[in-house]
Design a protein around this ligand. Structure first.
Ligand SMILES: [Zn+2]
Length: 437
């Protein structure tokens, strides 16, 4: 090939970055493919540009492997450069002759690797390592790493077109969230929760909050779901238990990071442009991270596995001005979403019980073996004088974000839990006996 090289003009290349490079840096002569007199790049120069893309963005598979996504080198060249077959064949044969990228590249097929994450993978690894082995507290180096990963999210949003930030509350995308609490067979606790669900269903107070996906021990977060059934699934009640679900309206505008839509962030851009490559790597990384943040965690691993997501939640709340996060419901096969409101946005407005009134719960024990609650009464005190109520200054200074919808509190008895599994037959092969001499 050398010495009798062909030349390509900008009109014969569809890929925008290479087209522009050709216009700016190309050598003026006749195009070998359309004969136009114009700036041109040589086949060798195009091969120089394609080689790193092939190396960084594609996996090599054996020609015998039957994978529909696998392509020949010339097809990869045609797709990446947006050129006609004739040009693609010439560039591909130059790449094959060089044998730089993969020796014998003619004998292999190539599959596009969507997971190109560049240095973000090692940054995350460093971050996890720092959390799990060095400091469980938020360290400056962890912050630097998260700045790199999450910095300027809204810019990524506008570039991809997907909505990564969801606004909820008045005028927002949704206004209500549901929260469920499991009561087993403890009717006393159930009664208490039904009398004042704005307290008992609001989530645990900080001093008893146990660690969860988005919160460290002692930091209360409001875990809700976008619908009632998902709230019940996520509470993981055993069969035979009673569950109370309350609907809460979001009283003020809240800004949520939508982990679900992070998954669909498309990393569009030129594979040939070094500045775009980094943005694409970040988008790919965020997609993988979103899967990581919403994947199922086995109960025994919770403390360890939740550390990175807790730190990310802490960062999003304090450094990136988010009020919470929307993430797919693992319990419902990612078909619906959960909503976690961070501590500063998790306060539920207290309802006032009229002075001199007493709350009582009426259970339907006789007619219904499950002891389903018939109603909650707000009755006047009979035997006692109305207590004189001393109002204390509430030490909680967070804004009230949620208000319970008392008309939408439901009581459930869990009859069965549905399963959805994938099953595989385990083959059992018998190797013939080898008779040793
Ligand atoms: Zn041309």
């Amino acid at each position: 090939m050398k010495g009798c090289s062909k030349h390509i003009c900008p009109n014969c290349v569809g890929e925008e970055f290479i087209k522009k490079l050709n216009c700016d840096k190309g050598k003026h002569r006749a195009c070998s493919y359309c004969s136009n007199d114009s700036p041109t790049l040589s086949v060798e120069q195009l091969a120089d540009k394609v080689e790193p893309v092939l190396e960084n963005n594609y996996w090599k598979v054996d020609r015998d492997v039957c994978v529909s996504a696998a392509q020949q080198v010339q097809n990869v060249v045609a797709k990446e450069l947006c050129v006609a077959d004739e040009i693609a064949n010439d560039v591909a044969s130059e790449i094959r002759q060089r044998g730089n990228v993969y020796p014998d590249s003619g004998n292999f097929l190539y599959i596009h690797d969507n997971s190109g994450i560049g240095q973000f993978g090692s940054l995350w690894h460093k971050f996890e390592n720092c959390l799990t082995t060095k400091s469980r507290f938020f360290s400056p180096s962890a912050k630097t790493i998260l700045d790199e990963i999450f910095g300027d999210l809204s810019k990524l949003n506008s570039l991809s077109g997907a909505s990564i930030v969801t606004i909820a509350g008045p005028g927002g995308e949704f206004q209500d969230i549901f929260r469920a609490r499991v009561f087993g067979d403890d009717d006393q606790k159930l009664n208490s929760a039904l009398r004042k669900p704005w307290i008992d269903l609001a989530g645990p107070p900080s001093e008893v909050a146990s660690a969860g996906r988005m919160n460290a021990h002692g930091i209360s977060v409001f875990y809700g779901a976008k619908d009632e059934l998902t709230a019940i699934y996520e509470a993981r009640p055993p069969v035979g238990s009673k569950v109370v679900v309350a609907e809460f309206s979001i009283q003020r505008t809240v800004r949520l990071l939508n982990i679900t839509s992070l998954k669909s962030v498309e990393a569009k851009g030129s594979s040939f442009d070094p500045s775009e490559v980094r943005r694409m790597e970040r988008a790919n990384f965020l997609r993988i991270l979103s899967e990581r943040m919403s994947r199922p965690v086995m109960p025994n691993n919770e403390l360890f596995e939740y550390l990175p997501t807790q730190a990310v939640a802490d960062y999003l709340a304090t450094e990136a001005d988010f009020d919470g996060i929307i993430y797919p419901s693992v319990q419902r096969g990612h078909r619906t979403s959960n909503v976690a409101l961070f501590h500063h946005a998790a306060r539920v407005e207290e309802e006032e019980v009229m002075e001199g009134k007493r709350l009582s719960v009426e259970m339907d024990v006789l007619d219904n073996p499950f002891g389903i609650v018939r109603r909650v009464w707000e009755k006047p005190e009979r035997d006692r004088k109305a207590p004189s109520i001393v109002k204390f200054e509430n030490p909680d200074t967070r804004p009230e974000t949620l208000k319970i919808k008392l008309e939408n509190v439901t009581n459930h008895y869990v009859k069965e839990v549905k399963m959805d599994t994938e099953s595989f037959i385990v083959p059992r092969d018998v190797e013939p006996l080898a008779w040793l001499p």
